[in-house]
Design a protein around this ligand. Structure first.
Ligand SMILES: Cc1ncc(COP(=O)(O)O)c(C=O)c1O
Length: 426
């Protein structure tokens, strides 16, 4: 077989940088000349841009997505004695932020198709982990009051809009972990709204690998109530409301002006980058169909594809393979970059052992952790690079199923519904 050398990195941020370089340089020079380096007019302007983009009244810049998340919990008054229902299959920060404040995480399993928790799995989690008290309040078996549900819009695909009703039915706050989903859209009441506008509060991450990435760490919290926004503004600055007056205890969760300036340059391009990511996803799906890969499972979009709508913005393009680890090694030999998001579900992380979860508690999250692999999907990726990656994966699967006749059975034991045919909706 003839091998053509073609490097395909998981992500190459330099391409985006080079295209917008003069604008970055001008924006950064302006901040440097002003020497207004922390918060200030650049941060205020970027907050306004984000509030408008998401369609919410308030946006509060923070030093990272993790810190934006802390701002939300603290402003909402969540802490010891409280619990939040969320996903065990997500980046550590989603749950780390809760535990740092003494909040108990209660887990619901994920959908094997979207990797997100659903209102159905959340209902099961309530039955398995909580009792309903006299006035309908939910208390966990550990004795904490369930105060909020926090779906994660994982990999850039919005969680089910039914979480809005789920939260209302159960008297819970709805917090969205939208760290990976700025610009993704959720159908809602006959129309559409952006991720972050569904709940009481939401947070975004501008970590450099995100769809909208800063030149370092940065994040944003959004909310609907002005009193909560005001509390978040105080908490991010040591709880200070007037200079050296601290009615509440906060921390240093402030956003730098340089990051805000860079992000303001990038934001107007975000929708076109999301479009390009969606086009790349389609190219992958077409290529896998053409190469006849019967083993790979492709990302499923839970909403019908609509060119004008971005229900999934593909922060990551995540496939499944029952031979994931060997596949990753083979791709690395071809200079194809991949990543495993995430190899250990959170209920099995060593630092959460005290929560008492065990293997088998959330089978879909555990299976996803064993099978998923993220492929390059960044907007500047070339069609020939996408075809090359899909071809190498299809060749690998053909090879492994030929050398190991039991492999297909092993795969179908895992899940009969995850072949390319059934999983690859457009
Ligand atoms: C799902 C999710 N939640 C929270 C975070 C935390 O964001 P940050 O890295 O900006 O602190 C991330 C970022 O990686 C994330 O992917």
């Amino acid at each position: 077989m003839l091998r053509t050398a073609m490097k395909v990195p998981l992500l190459d941020l330099r391409l985006q940088y080079e295209r917008l370089r003069p604008e970055f340089e001008a924006a950064v020079a302006e901040v440097m000349a002003s020497q207004a380096l922390i918060l200030g007019p650049k941060v205020a302007a970027f907050e306004e841009q984000i509030a408008e983009f998401v369609g919410v009244p308030h946006a509060v810049g923070a030093s990272s997505g993790t810190d934006a998340q802390l701002l939300i919990y603290m402003a909402l008054g969540l802490g010891c004695g409280d619990a939040v229902l969320t996903s065990p299959y997500t980046f550590f920060s989603t749950v780390g932020g809760l535990v740092r404040l003494g909040i108990e995480p209660v887990f619901a399993d994920i959908s094997p198709e979207t990797f997100n928790i659903t209102p159905q799995t959340a209902r099961t989690a309530l039955e398995n982990s909580c009792v309903r008290e006299k006035y309908g309040q939910l208390r966990t078996f550990r004795g904490n009051r369930l105060k909020a549900v926090m779906p994660v819009h994982l990999f850039g695909q919005c969680a089910d809009e039914g979480f809005s009703d789920f939260a209302a039915e159960n008297g819970l706050l709805l917090i969205e972990d939208a760290a990976q989903a700025l610009g993704a859209e959720i159908p809602y009441k006959g129309g559409w709204q952006r991720a972050g506008a569904l709940g009481d509060a939401a947070f975004f991450s501008f970590y450099p690998t995100k769809n909208l990435g800063a030149f370092g760490d940065a994040g944003m919290a959004v909310c609907k109530e002005s009193a909560i926004a005001e509390r978040m503004r105080a908490i991010r600055n040591h709880g200070m409301t007037r200079r050296y007056h601290h009615p509440i205890v906060g921390g240093n969760f402030r956003l730098d002006a340089l990051q805000a300036a860079v992000l303001s340059v990038k934001l107007p391009h975000l929708d076109s980058w999301s479009n390009q990511r969606r086009k790349n996803a389609l190219l992958y799906k077409q290529a896998f169909a053409e190469f006849g890969d019967a083993v790979v499972s492709l990302p499923v979009e839970s909403r019908a594809a609509d060119e004008k709508r971005h229900h999934h913005i593909y922060n990551q393009f995540v496939i499944r393979s029952p031979f994931r680890n060997a596949l990753r090694e083979a791709l690395a030999q071809d200079d194809i970059g991949t990543e495993i998001y995430y190899p250990i579900p959170l209920h099995l992380q060593e630092c959460f052992a005290g929560l008492g979860y065990k293997t088998g508690d959330f089978p879909e999250a555990e299976r996803a952790a064993a099978e998923t692999l993220a492929l390059p999907i960044f907007p500047e990726l070339l069609p020939e690079q996408i075809r090359f990656v899909a071809r190498r994966i299809s060749e690998f699967h053909a090879r492994i199923t030929m050398c190991n006749p039991g492999a297909r059975e092993k795969m179908s034991l895992c899940d009969p519904g995850t072949s390319t045919k059934s999983m690859s909706s457009s």
